[in-house]
Ligand binder design. Structure first.
Ligand code: GLA
Length: 358
């Protein structure tokens, strides 16, 4: 039996000298989650397999240096706008905005220096067997070209139901698009093998097809009869090499699914089950519920063995996958998508729950 708790330690310094802190959350079953103040990044998640053997099921680096040297958003909170904005351009209340284009012709995950590359402030908390850390960041007006000063808070909570709860809150001084997500790369084997044998279920009857630069066409397309139908548990590798234009554009899966809800077309709301990921080898299972309307499933297609991560492990092709709960990509340019505009006086609130079983 373990004792639930949260501890705080130093995790190096940024090039400008500011110290980075690491918070270690542990529950009574020995599940351990570590998160740091740089990028609000989850650096590791340790869970038991069916035999009780612990392993780290999240990709990342051993030290801060790895993250600073260049990370494909391992474990980070992505924002101010998670995912892509076409041409880095949008118009809001009649005013045009131009963002940095950091992904071909488009803006990805907030721009050149998104929320994954800034220093947050962290405060741990403990309430009985529930432990966590509250991370805050004040994004100045005009940061990365976005209007309004935005105060953001992300809370990671670990409880004895073996759930990691991620709560997002934000407010703004001017109308702005906002879309926050968590970019953990999962590998339920807890080792260097690829994730093609992981079995995925998505509670989604539709997805948003994209163009060759991964910007949604605006269409909400049914998944029925396509390799995008994960309504029944299916190994990720089963159809990933099918001849399908969308798989070619994504180089695999890199798309937004429209989560099924009682009230379709809504901008999210109640917590619903969105995804289940199972590893038949280790017996680990991850269930994801969210208040968000969409989920980007990215099958780690850009991992190519050029990154050396924790313990010197080389992250080869598709050795991690992301399940990013979010609003749809490029929503500021699609009137038919649920709105991502936050206005002064409103409160942005979003929750995603990661439940670990075996
Ligand atoms: C997101 C995108 C992917 C890729 C990764 C980071 O998930 O959708 O295309 O850019 O981030 O490598």
């Amino acid at each position: 039996m373990h004792r639930a708790g949260v501890s705080r330690s130093a995790f190096g310094r940024l090039p400008d000298g500011r110290p980075v802190e690491l918070f270690t959350l542990t529950n009574a079953h020995g599940i351990e989650v570590r998160a740091m103040t740089y990028g609000a990044i989850i650096t590791s998640i340790r869970t038991p397999d069916r035999n009780g053997t612990q392993a780290d099921i999240a990709l990342g680096f051993d030290s801060l240096g790895g993250y600073l040297a260049g990370s494909p958003y391992f474990g980070a909170v992505v924002g101010r706008y998670a995912n892509r904005i076409a041409g880095g351009r949008f118009t809001l209340d009649g005013v045009g905005y131009q963002l940095a284009r950091n992904n071909g012709p488009n803006t990805l995950h907030g721009g050149a220096r998104g929320f994954d590359k800034v220093l947050w402030r962290g405060e741990p908390f403990e309430a009985g067997s529930t432990v966590g850390v509250r991370l805050r960041y004040d994004s100045p007006d005009g940061e990365e070209g976005y209007p309004g000063a935005v105060a953001v808070q992300v809370t990671y909570t670990l409880n004895d139901a073996d759930e990691l709860i991620v709560d997002y809150e934000a407010s703004t001084t001017k109308a702005t698009p906002i879309n926050l997500s968590q970019h953990t790369y999962w590998n339920l084997h807890g080792d260097g093998r690829d994730i093609l044998d992981h079995v995925l279920t998505l509670n989604a009857s539709a997805f948003t097809p994209v163009d060759s630069t991964l910007i949604p066409t605006g269409q909400i397309a049914p998944v029925a009869g396509t390799p995008f139908d994960f309504r029944r548990a299916t190994p990720i590798g089963a159809r990933i090499n099918d001849q399908h234009e969308q798989l070619r554009f994504g180089r695999g899966y890199d798309h937004n699914w429209v989560i099924d809800r009682d009230r379709p077309g809504g901008g999210g709301g109640a917590l619903v089950h969105a995804a289940r990921l199972e590893d038949p080898v280790s017996g680990r299972r991850l269930d994801i519920s969210t208040t968000e309307p969409g989920l980007q499933f990215y099958s780690g297609n850009f991992l190519d063995g050029s990154i050396k991560g924790k313990g010197g492990r080389v992250y080869g092709h598709r050795t991690g996958l992301c399940l990013e709960t979010q609003h749809y990509p490029d929503s500021p340019n699609h009137a038919n998508f649920p709105s991502t505009i936050l206005r002064p006086g409103q409160r942005y609130q979003s929750r995603t729950v990661f439940a670990f079983t075996r």
